[in-house]
Ligand binder design. Structure first.
Ligand code: C2O
Length: 650
């Protein structure tokens, strides 16, 4: 039918045209490439707020270098640790299909890289494009060790919006005049809340609203009448942030590296761990003004927080020379945006309700329609008894602050969970019994219970390959209701529902959006409310899930999923050859390295009155004895002086 509507010359034209386009794009440009990066972890002196200090950086850069790849590419990053701290790097939002070894959270998928050692992260970016970021994933080192991770679409594949004139990453961070490692270690010792940061930053720069920082301002220089793609990344440790540019509207087009239905907004709300791409259309003509872009926190908890504001400057290039000479930029009027109130939860709700998947033919929303396993996790704060016997602790009523999921405050193991699982040595490392719902149900958002103590443990939730999961995360009012940005490693999930108060299993699912819910890797559990997500466990491995407010993670608001291998070969975790490295428990570092040298050489030996030349180690027969202690590292250099090929098995 359709074909007969075309006259034959037109059909021929279309046919030729399609042939031509096919031929003009050589097949090899679709081919994926391998991109190599080297990350040297080193100390670097950096000055902010008139305060100079030595910080841990990647390649001496702060923020760290940008990683750019295309969908389908393989990325190899060699990380070499030249500092005293242990380190590991997480590629936040990368799905790591079957390559969980490269995910990065310390003691979850790998042992941290020790001083003087290195580790190669090796992964392929499959079915993803957009803005993500990378950051250190141990202690609070991500305060300075972070940078953008940008995935371009495959060559020749356009964005689902007009090609922007320019693309600019803006990564939000937090700056401490103190050493963040000291801040968190002190907080964990005293049991109290941590000291807060001294500034927020755009691309590492605090901007003119802070002491000493007029020159340390991020400037976005633009031309009039153009569209800019701003890749917003929140790499702050402990704060969700409102962001706005004076007198300009932003069009949100992507969240967590997934396209969304475009919508306009004056302000973007972005939690730590989240990314948001927005289109900024500049004024059609030189506006004879400059504009601030600012960010400050959205805060729901009861603790102290950094309530300062970071400002950057949107500056138009003037086209007329005359304007430049008569009106220097400094004299131009400056406009400042108005941000929502610090506790504007109603804005937060409206904003998150606007985020919808594109859900079209090219970018479908494959929302799981049937669910194999339902989970209900409470998310919130709590306490541990004071561990110091000569002092009272600084947490609530002399206790220590803690945080938990289903009242389990996650205890970090000393060996990596993934290796323990993979090598079948999970005994004593973790138990596979994470509760699927609270052991003792209570009125989660009502008057908090008197007993605020949490349980502690290293518990995992085990899922068979391809389980379709629905997880409801319920905030609790224990020590104050609070918004918690929960991040799941290894997956994107669909946010099918959210609400305030206690989740009602009989009523709320009827309102779930199973058509075009937003798909992301980090979602805010609303303060005093709940959020429901769905995902399919199609990625074997151990996957960390935690609050991306770093202090809550430190207090134990974290758990892990263990997704088992499937039956088919392509449903299994890749083999990994560095297992032995990580099975050496950290405390066995007291172990030493023993060096041996094996010279493979011929030696005359006589037995039964018969002399012959045999192959030996060091001329000895039998060979030398190797002695070591458990926990030691053995280095045996084998040098082959004979004609035969050789290898030694231990
Ligand atoms: Cu961006 Cu486990 O974190």
């Amino acid at each position: 039918m359709g074909v007969s509507l075309l006259s034959s010359p037109e059909f021929l034209r279309l046919f030729l045209l399609s042939l031509i386009t096919l031929c003009l794009i050589p097949q090899h440009v679709f081919a994926s490439i391998t991109r190599h990066y080297k990350f040297d972890i080193k100390q670097q002196n950096v000055t902010r707020l008139c305060h100079t200090k030595s910080i841990v950086t990647v390649n001496g850069q702060f923020p760290g270098p940008q990683i750019v790849a295309r969908e389908g590419d393989r990325v190899l990053i060699k990380v070499v640790n030249h500092v005293q701290n242990n380190i590991s790097i997480h590629w936040h939002g990368i799905r790591q299909l079957r390559s969980g070894w490269a995910d990065g959270p310390a003691y979850v998928t790998q042992c941290p890289i020790q001083s003087g050692n290195s580790y190669v992260y090796n992964f392929t970016i499959t079915g993803q494009r957009g803005t993500l970021f990378w950051h250190a994933h141990i202690s609070w080192l991500r305060s300075t060790v972070y940078g953008p991770l940008i995935i371009l679409p495959k060559r020749g594949v356009p964005y689902p919006f007009a090609k922007p004139y320019k693309e600019v990453p803006i990564i939000f961070g937090e700056w401490w005049n103190a050493d963040p490692e000291a801040v968190i270690s002190q907080a964990l010792q005293t049991g109290g809340g941590p000291n807060v940061s001294d500034a927020y930053t755009f691309n590492g720069l605090p901007g003119p609203l802070y002491n000493c920082s007029a020159k340390d301002a991020f400037k976005l220089k633009v031309r009039s009448g153009k569209t800019y793609l701003l890749r917003l990344i929140n790499a702050a440790l402990n704060d969700e942030l409102f962001f706005s540019i004076a007198n300009h509207t932003l069009k949100v087009v992507e969240a967590d590296a997934i396209y969304v239905k475009p919508f306009d907004t004056d302000t973007v709300l972005i939690a730590p761990g989240q990314t948001t791409n927005v289109l900024l259309k500049t004024k059609p003509h030189f506006p004879s003004a400059t504009f601030f872009m600012t960010a400050r926190p959205y805060v729901t908890g009861l603790g102290t927080f950094d309530n300062s504001t970071v400002a950057g400057i949107l500056e138009y290039e003037s086209t007329s020379k005359a304007l430049h000479t008569t009106l220097p930029m400094k004299k131009l009027p400056l406009f400042k945006p108005i941000l929502p109130a610090l506790n504007d939860t109603s804005f937060a709700t409206k904003f998150s309700n606007k985020l919808r998947s594109l859900a079209n033919a090219q970018f479908p929303a494959n929302v799981p329609q049937k669910v194999d396993r339902h989970f209900f996790f409470t998310i919130g704060l709590g306490t541990n008894p004071c561990s110091s016997n000569n002092q009272t602790c600084q947490g609530p009523n002399g206790t220590m602050f803690a945080a938990s999921v289903n009242n389990v405050s996650f205890a970090m193991p000393t060996t990596a969970l993934l290796q323990a699982h993979f090598s079948g040595q999970s005994n004593g490392v973790y138990s596979p019994d994470f509760p699927s719902s609270p052991i003792i149900p209570f009125n989660y958002t009502g008057t908090p219970p008197n007993d605020t103590m949490v349980g502690n443990g290293t518990k995992l939730m085990v899922l068979p390959y391809n389980t379709s999961v629905e997880l409801v995360m319920q905030d609790t009012s224990i020590l104050g209701a609070e918004s918690h940005p929960l991040h799941l490693h290894g997956f994107n999930f669909f946010v099918v529902g959210q609400g305030f108060g206690n989740f009602d299993r009989n009523k709320d699912p009827a309102n779930f959006n199973l058509v075009d819910p937003v798909e992301r890797n980090t979602v805010g559990v609303p303060s005093g409310g709940w959020v429901a997500i769905r995902f399919v466990a199609d990625n074997p491995g151990v996957w960390f899930m935690h609050c991306h407010l770093e202090i809550h993670t430190s207090w134990g608001l974290k758990m892990a999923w263990l997704v088992l291998d499937g039956k088919l070969p392509n449903q299994r975790l890749f083999l990994f050859s560095f297992i032995t490295l990580c099975l050496i428990p950290q405390h066995a570092l007291a172990g030493i390295t023993r060096h041996y040298k094996f010279e493979i050489k011929l030696q005359n030996v006589t037995r039964l009155c018969h002399t012959k030349s045999i192959i030996t180690v060091n001329g000895q027969f039998p060979g030398p004895r190797i002695i070591a202690r458990e926990g030691d590292q053995l280095l045996i250099k084998v040098v082959n002086h004979v004609q035969n090929n050789i290898s030694i098995h231990w």
